[in-house]
Design a protein around this ligand. Structure first.
Ligand SMILES: [Fe+2]
Length: 316
């Protein structure tokens, strides 16, 4: 049984195709939001953050790079999350892809590597089955999801910002996961930046944050993985994270960030209303349900990562 481990063929693409026709961004700030996971309170807080920037005269573009669905397993919350997200710039994650195109044998489509426990994989597959049941009653939303691209290339501040969900070879690739940076992925990074011509690659999917900067082919490049916008990412910290790339510095305190080639690149905390979300999550996913077993402790208390663990060598 390979469900949840394999990478469906439809997820594959070529790094050299990803940044051929960049979209020019006219706003002053990009928020790249990955892994909202159906959390409406995180979305409220992200909209509040964008509004605060707008009140200071900065126009903000919200870019959702997939997996905005996951815990929203009720008709009303499924409809609310998708209606709100699809009003912005969006691209697919594997969860959204599997909801739009239920795929026999893909399970959650997560392409989990060997180091992820089989129990996690099986629980994710069962969550996907339940969510596909909900999505099936909303064919208009499935149709809108089906029209979304799998990646985007944005031209921002004169630089090419490649926005993917997994990595530059697959929608559910783990090549930009925190674990891949720990293991050492410089050769792959050199190949991917070289082939795509991107200056920045922004990813999510693998649920742990990364902020990397290095020089490839004589040019300074950056990778940001926001971890999750809708769940905690750091030790004793239930806040979500998003990637912010701006012509200006953020007005509030980032978790980490730096000035780079005329831009500010930061991981911003999303301090959403956990006291409102938790009882709602518990009603949707009670007791020993798959999502409660896999995610509840992380939603409450974050992960084991310290802030310093997020930043990888060669930061400028
Ligand atoms: Fe994903």
């Amino acid at each position: 049984m390979n469900e949840g481990r394999s990478c469906p063929l439809a997820y594959r693409y070529k790094p050299s195709d990803l940044c051929r026709t960049p979209d020019k961004v006219t706003e002053d700030v990009l928020y790249v939001i990955g892994g909202l996971y159906g959390n409406p309170y995180a979305l409220d807080e992200i909209e509040r953050m964008a509004l605060a920037e707008q009140q200071q005269g900065h126009r903000v573009r919200l870019v959702f790079n997939g997996d905005f669905n996951w815990f929203n397993a009720s008709d009303s919350l499924f409809r609310e999350i998708n209606s709100r997200v699809l009003g912005h710039t969006a691209s697919l994650g594997n969860v959204d892809y599997e909801l739009a195109n239920p795929n026999d044998g893909a399970g959650c489509g997560c392409a989990y590597p060997d180091f992820v426990d089989q129990g996690v994989v099986e629980r994710s597959n069962s969550m996907m089955e339940r969510l596909q049941g909900v999505a099936g009653d909303h064919p208009d939303i499935q149709e809108r999801l089906r029209l979304l691209p799998r990646y985007r290339c944005l031209l921002f501040g004169g630089l090419k910002v490649l926005v993917v969900h997994g990595d530059p070879e697959s929608l559910a690739g783990w090549g930009l996961a925190h674990e891949s940076f720990v293991a050492g992925n410089e050769l792959k990074l050199a190949e991917w930046f070289g082939d795509s011509g991107a200056d920045v690659i922004v990813s999510t999917h693998t649920c742990l944050p990364v902020l990397w900067s290095g020089t490839i082919e004589g040019r300074s490049r950056v990778v940001v993985n926001n971890g999750s916008a809708g769940m905690g990412n750091l030790k004793h910290d239930p806040r979500g994270l998003i990637t912010r790339i701006g012509l200006t510095s953020p007005a509030s305190e980032p978790v980490s960030g730096f000035e780079w080639r005329g831009l500010n690149v930061s991981l911003m905390p999303v301090a959403y209303d956990l006291d409102a979300w938790l009882p709602r999550f518990d009603r949707l996913w009670p007791g020993d349900s798959a999502a409660a077993v896999s995610y509840r402790s992380r939603i409450v208390a974050g992960t084991s990562l310290a802030t310093d663990d997020v930043v990888f060598p060669f930061v400028v």
